[in-house]
Design a protein. Structure first.
Length: 419
């Protein structure tokens, strides 16, 4: 089992209360003492709080909630979000990281969070990963005025979870986890939704299996999890055991390395009806994979919120094996949605398939029959031929007839008939 353990030096750095701290910088106030909330004032008490300062977090105010949920006895200032300013500050922080590592060793995970692989730089700087993390966090503070927290680990997963769970509680905002810490730290995490990659919906499904902690998940039968949740079940089991073979270059994006598909929606969608759109978009992108005889190992989902809200997220999952299977790619997208979506109105969806390789057959898991996989592939290829000959609306899924579907209209706009 030794070969499944990556042994590198990853830093996962997150900017503390990023949007709120940016607003405090503009006002020249201390985010650790000033009570400030970033939210859309025009939406009144029902507005979602996009960020709150550490000063409010220390009083029990969650970073993501509704204005009306903030206790009446707490005084605070509400400011509207200013995404262009946040992007500017984010670029300033990234420029600090690039003083220490090459772009190939930096992965921008979100506007306020990055991974750095510093393995090959420690001898150069004559520092341990912990000493280098201290220096980088200090330089971020001096050059941008922002505070950051940092997790350190032998793989990206443990670095991220160390940052999420422990770093914010430490005086220097740094936490380092090793493989030896898995039983005492990783396995103690409960509820499950505190674990990176597990959202509330997946937590509920695992609870129904009497799995309530990461330790219980780690010690559950891997094959049963795979049978129940498909490729995501195996992914959950590996992560619960601290296993992650991802490297930063797995997430590189470029025209020759990924396919992507975006859609701006004509009305607000929510966490339920957006799944129809995601399903349809996955079908489009997997048809492109089949046409070009490619498979993908890194699946990304981006969600853009409505204009009056601003913002959004884009996150990725690396699968165990490359795939062109629409069901697996759809499940990966839903896993990301489940983890990061928080009831905002949705107006844009982006799906990406990265780390592309040639489709030369794929490894089957123990629950897949070869003939079943071949039959499914032949069926999808037959559908592709029919659509190419008679138009993209010649064959549609039943869900495409629902009022929230957009596939028929989009097919007509881009010229669905090729006869």
């Amino acid at each position: 089992m030794e070969n499944i353990y990556l042994k590198r030096n990853f830093l996962c750095i997150d900017l503390k209360s990023f949007f709120a701290s940016c607003e405090c910088l503009k006002r020249r106030v201390d985010p650790f003492t000033y009570p400030l909330v970033v939210a859309n004032k025009e939406q009144g008490n029902g507005a979602i709080t996009l960020a709150v300062t550490p000063a409010l977090k220390n009083k029990g105010v969650p970073s993501r909630g509704r204005i009306y949920e903030i206790p009446k006895n707490i005084k605070y200032e509400i400011v509207n979000p200013n995404m262009s300013y946040y992007i500017k500050k984010s670029k300033e922080v990234v420029s600090v990281y690039l003083e220490y590592v090459d772009t190939k060793d930096l992965h921008i995970y979100s506007i306020d969070e990055c991974f750095l692989d510093v393995t090959d730089y420690l001898k150069l700087y004559k520092k341990s990963d912990y000493e280098l993390a201290l220096e980088i966090l200090e330089k971020v503070k001096v050059k941008t005025g922002l505070y950051a927290t940092c997790g350190i680990g032998p793989n990206m997963l443990l670095a991220k979870v160390a940052m999420d769970i422990e770093a914010k509680h430490n005086q220097d905002f740094i936490a380092k986890w090793s493989y030896e810490d898995i039983p005492s730290k990783l396995w103690k995490i409960t509820p499950l939704s505190k674990m990176w990659g597990i959202g509330k919906h997946m937590e509920a499904k695992l609870n129904r299996l009497n799995i309530y902690s990461v330790g219980e998940l780690a010690n559950y039968d891997k094959d049963k999890l795979t049978q129940k949740f498909g490729v995501m079940g195996r992914e959950l089991w590996f992560h619960a055991n601290g296993i992650d073979l991802s490297r930063i270059n797995d997430y590189e994006r470029g025209e020759d390395k990924s396919y992507s598909h975006s859609q701006v929606l004509f009305k607000d969608y929510n966490g339920e009806n957006i799944k129809i759109i995601i399903r349809e978009m996955v079908d489009v992108i997997t048809a492109r994979l089949r046409e070009n005889k490619k498979v993908s190992q890194v699946i990304g989902l981006g969600i853009g919120f409505s204009k009056n809200m601003g913002g959004g997220f884009h996150h990725q999952i690396k699968l165990d094996n490359p795939t062109g299977d629409s069901k697996v790619i759809y499940e990966a997208c839903l896993m990301i949605l489940d983890k990061f979506y928080n009831e905002e109105a949705i107006r844009k969806v982006t799906i990406s398939c990265g780390a592309l390789t040639n489709d030369e057959g794929r490894q089957l898991n123990i629950f897949e029959e070869f003939q079943e996989v071949e039959d499914k592939k032949e069926l999808e290829e037959a559908v592709d031929v029919i659509k190419k000959r008679y138009g993209k609306n010649a064959l549609l899924k039943a869900s495409s007839l629902l009022k929230d579907s957009t596939i028929k209209e989009r097919n007509q706009k881009i010229g669905g008939h090729h006869a």
